[in-house]
Design a protein. Sequence first.
Length: 274
Amino acid sequence: MLSQLAPWEPLWPLIALFALALAAYLAGIARRRRARDIPSALAFLLGLGLMYAAMQTRFDYYAQFMFFMHRIQHLALHHLGPFLIALSAPSAVLAAGTPRPLRTAGRRLAASPPVRIGYRFLQQPVIAGLLFVGLIGFWLIPSVHFDAMLDARLYWIMNLSMAVDGLLFWWFMLDPRPPGTTPVTRGVGLRILVLWALMPPQIALGAWIALSPETLFDVYAVCGRAWPISPLLDQQLGGLITWIPAAMMSLLATLALLAFAFRHERERNRESTP
């Protein structure tokens, strides 16, 4: 069992980053000592655990030798893990648990013009949406996918780009603050529109893979498969994972945004009541 949790190909800077995030969050929870932090903590820890497991456990081995496991890996990195982390709204807890020198350095970095301008550009609704669905499609171009699965450096660029983009996108989508709180806190209706606009291309991509009569990703024949299933079945399972769960995330995010909208409305009504 422990061997399954050990990194297949350790990336020590990434492991250190996960450990730092975990330590800061747990320290923040301990310092705040608020019972209402518990549900958010469960979401954050589950999201962080999913992303770690997808990249730094034996699961990564199976993702390199089975197409459908690779699609589960990217579902965890790009959709589910970042979704749970963003939904937990961990900023206050992480700030409470981060040592003051690191917190000060982080604020200075975030306030620097290149980072601030770049972040605002990436968090524009159209840019965020195009990058989110475009990155999925790019890494699933058969020739690009072939190279990425055979080149270790390109493989990590692929996985890390999915993780970073997932965090940026869901952080933008699931911002619980009222619209206008920051320059990138958009209205709930606009964010829901972006979410629903992303569903057709994701469905089309998954359907193209699942319903293709021929094998699209030959790299798994070159490397060998971890389990003895047919290439076409492996591809069909991967297509269904790209097709259904990914699109369902837009529905879950819509429900979360509607809950935010109702909460904002209740707060406005309370403030306006004499």
